[in-house]
Design a protein around this ligand. Structure first.
Ligand code: S3P
Length: 171
């Protein structure tokens, strides 16, 4: 097996449902490098789920934690870091990620994203009267920011996780 030494942490960014966690975990396994996940880290540090954190402490508190955790994970060890969908929207986070890592946008169409998130209740931002409209509004606002990532990898509805891993490795 090839031993892979990363010079920078590879940071996966993009919308909810893009596959950041699934692709990140598989990519880390493929390369034999650590898998880091900012949402999971926030949850275990707080001993609460993301919806609970949003409900009890509010989104600004979550965003502050998210920046702290991303900074810490970028310092800790080189690996694959999956971030929450809002992480790259913060200028501070973008700066940290760009300076200390390499960002990869997992780009997917709105329809693909919707099909992946519509059955789940784990995204507090989508707990609205019209979650599809909310997702669309977030999508439209965020795409220009994700487009600033160093690399873009397409995530369509049909591609398997392993094929996505191939695409990221090739990119
Ligand atoms: C968020 C996405 C979520 C999580 C939080 C906020 C967002 O992560 O960080 O609910 O702002 O898009 P995923 O992208 O893993 O769903």
């Amino acid at each position: 097996d090839a031993v892979f030494e990363l010079h920078k942490t590879v940071v996966l960014v993009g919308m909810m449902g893009a596959g950041k966690t699934a692709v990140g975990r598989a990519l880390a396994a493929r390369l034999g490098v650590p898998f880091l996940d900012s949402d999971a880290e926030i949850e275990s540090a707080a001993n609460m789920t993301i919806p609970e954190i949003f409900e009890r402490d509010g989104e600004p508190f979550f965003r502050a934690k998210e920046s702290q955790v991303i900074g810490r994970l970028l310092d800790a060890e080189k690996g694959i870091l999956s971030t929450g969908g809002g992480a790259f929207l913060s200028e501070l986070n973008r700066q940290m990620i760009t300076e200390r890592g390499v960002s990869v946008w997992l780009r997917a169409d709105l329809k693909v994203l919707w099909n992946r998130v519509k059955h789940k209740d784990t995204r507090p931002l989508l707990r609205t009267a019209d979650p599809y409209a909310t997702l669309r509004a977030l999508y439209e606002a965020r795409v220009p920011v994700y487009a600033q990532a160093g690399l873009t990898v397409e995530s369509d509805g049909e591609t398997s996780i392993e094929n996505m891993v191939d695409r990221v490795v090739n990119a």
